[in-house]
Ligand binder design. Structure first.
Ligand code: C5P
Length: 220
């Protein structure tokens, strides 16, 4: 088919990953979770006991990282050096240290290069989600979209995702802290020129998927 890159950016808890996966399924496109790549680099650094404040060392780890990830929206699978880290990269210790890795410009340069290669290898038929996809990685995407949600809605979803086991105040602090660190990486709270916004605060999952599909169909 003809190229159709759907670039979706948004903060954590916006429902970005589950919505992006469902949109990929419905459009029969491949799917790339770029956040998983930053998480995999963080996992590798922690595993090897690297000092995250040593920028050159962290960059070198990213450049040489043996990373495989599935690009099917049906099966999420991430491997580092052959080790399945699909579950491990979602652990709180990774969420707490991933921003230190993501603010390293050498790491970003390497992962952006890999992301563009993955998109090309899929004939540019892919849903790609992250923080800087609409503005950097795939500025030339056929569809560019920012998925937002109020802070309240995002806390609610994050809490549900973690099984409601976490203290609300702690959760709030963690989400706000990661937002603050991530805002140094890319501006994902306001849509850049030519980027559509879907606010999911008052939408359920199906309604959000429909809103995104509506934007795709109107754009192509
Ligand atoms: O999307 P997710 O929350 O899994 O992303 C994990 C982290 O990876 C983010 O908090 C951010 O620091 C980083 N990230 C990034 N650029 C992207 C995707 C994720 O900096 N395109």
């Amino acid at each position: 088919g003809r190229p159709l890159v759907v670039a979706i950016d948004g903060p954590s808890g916006s429902g970005k990953s589950s919505v992006s996966k469902e949109v990929a399924r419905r459009l029969r496109l491949a799917y790339l979770d770029t956040g998983a790549m930053y998480r995999a680099v963080a996992w590798d650094c922690l595993e090897r006991g690297l000092d995250l404040s040593d920028g050159a060392l962290v960059e070198a780890a990213a450049r040489s990282l043996n990373l495989e990830l599935s690009t099917s929206p049906a099966t999420e699978r991430v491997r580092v050096r052959g080790v399945d880290v699909t579950a491990a990269i979602r652990e709180p210790r990774i969420s707490a240290s991933v921003s230190a890795v993501a603010t390293n410009l050498g790491v970003r340069d390497e992962l952006i290069r890999r992301q563009r290669a993955i998109i090309a290898a899929h004939g540019r038929r892919m849903v790609v989600e992250g923080r800087d996809i609409t503005t950097v990685v795939a500025r030339d995407a056929e569809v560019r979209l920012l998925l937002t949600a109020s802070e309240e809605a995002r806390m609610r979803r994050r809490g549900a995702q973690l099984g409601g086991t976490q203290n609300a105040e702690e959760l709030h602090e963690q989400v706000v802290a990661r937002d603050a660190k991530d805002s140094a990486v890319a501006s994902f709270t306001q849509a850049a020129d030519g980027v559509f916004t879907v606010d999911s605060s008052d939408l359920d999952f199906d309604q959000t998927v429909d809103a995104v599909l509506g934007v795709v169909h109107a754009a192509v």
